[in-house]
Design a protein around this ligand. Structure first.
Ligand code: SF4
Ligand code: FES
Length: 333
């Protein structure tokens, strides 16, 4: 592939933006009525933070970039923010797929900004067999007609064409559009930043910590080892992968039932429960299974399995939901 093709490679990042209206005395939330949130008593997972109805200005903004090989969407957003548009708001921390703070929707698929390679998303749009279908099971919402360059009068040119390198794998002479939107199912606070308070509260309500059974391990000389609870490697295997969950919310954003968490505690909280249900040291297995055996708990799961497709930690979330359902049934017998 020649450098010419690489230098011609143009990608339009189409960002869904949201600017909240400043809060005034008039728009500020009144203290809630004691009779207002009726579902609170019947739904143990209902949040004490009611869904925010933030008003503001929604629009999409295009930024034209010439990405370097291996660049992630996060790299591009950082370049845009640093050099062209400091008002662009997004969240990230580790930059390496560990903290889970930068989940968004790219071309309709929930994913992490820091692990989403631009060339992968651009490439998937120019192959005829994939056109309009970025990932199986997800609807593509972007416009790939290539008209945006002329529409993009205020677009910023970023990137270094001299270092474009392997981006020629994108194989496109037309601008490719990559659409970046906030994570679905969560209230948007600003641009790509969503409010995850509800999800974190639901996880916390299910006691995501070990309640050990009190059988203390002994050291080699027979003394109680206060710092170790021994486990067979086979027992560790049952929950080890689950303990890698980073609470990114991608499974919740993929789940058609979660949609804000009013009617379903959501797969992230259930994965946290499953992690301890499967831990042989934990003594709350029965209580944990009873806590999720509600209409708003595991019973609300419809086994769509969209939650499994993009978990960045490789957890088969749909399978875990199924296993939990079976464990709840067995516990009830
Ligand atoms: S199970 Fe996977 S997708 Fe869901 S919150 Fe945990 S890491 Fe994210
Ligand atoms: S920035 Fe931490 S996971 Fe992406």
């Amino acid at each position: 592939m020649s450098d010419d093709i690489a230098q011609d490679t143009t990608v339009i990042l189409r960002i869904h933006r949201f600017t909240p209206k400043p809060e005034t005395k008039r728009t500020r939330r009144r203290p809630s009525s004691p009779f207002g949130n009726k579902s609170r008593n019947s739904n143990p997972f209902a949040s004490s933070h009611p869904q925010r109805g933030i008003k503001g200005n929604r629009f999409t903004q295009d930024y034209t970039i010439q990405p370097r090989s291996g660049q992630t969407v996060l790299d591009c957003l950082l370049s845009i923010k640093r050099d062209y548009d400091p008002t662009l708001a997004f969240r990230y921390s580790c930059g390496h797929g560990v903290c889970g703070s930068d989940a968004v929707s790219i071309n309709g698929t929930p994913t992490l900004l820091c692990t989403a390679k631009v060339e992968d998303y651009a490439k998937s749009q120019v192959q005829p067999s994939n056109a309009g279908n970025v990932d199986e099971g997800f609807r593509h919402t972007g416009n790939i007609t290539g008209t945006a360059i002329s529409d993009n009068s205020s677009a910023s040119q970023v990137g270094n064409t001299e270092q474009a390198g392997d981006v020629n794998r994108i194989e496109s002479h037309l601008p490719t559009i990559i659409e970046v939107a906030p994570l679905p199912g969560f209230p948007v606070l600003r641009d790509l930043i969503v409010d995850i308070d509800r999800m974190m509260e639901q996880i916390a309500r299910l006691q995501p910590h070990l309640e050990a059974d009190g059988k203390l391990a002994k050291t080699s000389d027979g003394k109680i080892d206060m710092f170790e609870y021994l486990q067979h490697p086979e027992e560790l295997k049952r929950y080890e992968l689950l303990s890698n969950c980073i609470s990114c919310g991608i499974c919740e954003g993929s789940c058609p039932v979660y949609a804000g968490g009013e009617a379903f505690v959501g797969p992230a909280a259930l994965v946290a429960t499953s992690r301890f249900v499967n831990d042989s040291r934990d003594r709350l297995t029965g209580e944990r299974l009873e806590a999720i055996a509600t209409d708003d708990g595991i019973i609300a799961c419809q086994s769509v399995r969209a939650c499994s497709r993009k978990c960045p930690r490789g957890i088969d979330v749909g399978e875990e939901m199924w296993q939990l359902t079976e464990q709840v049934k067995s516990h009830q017998v």
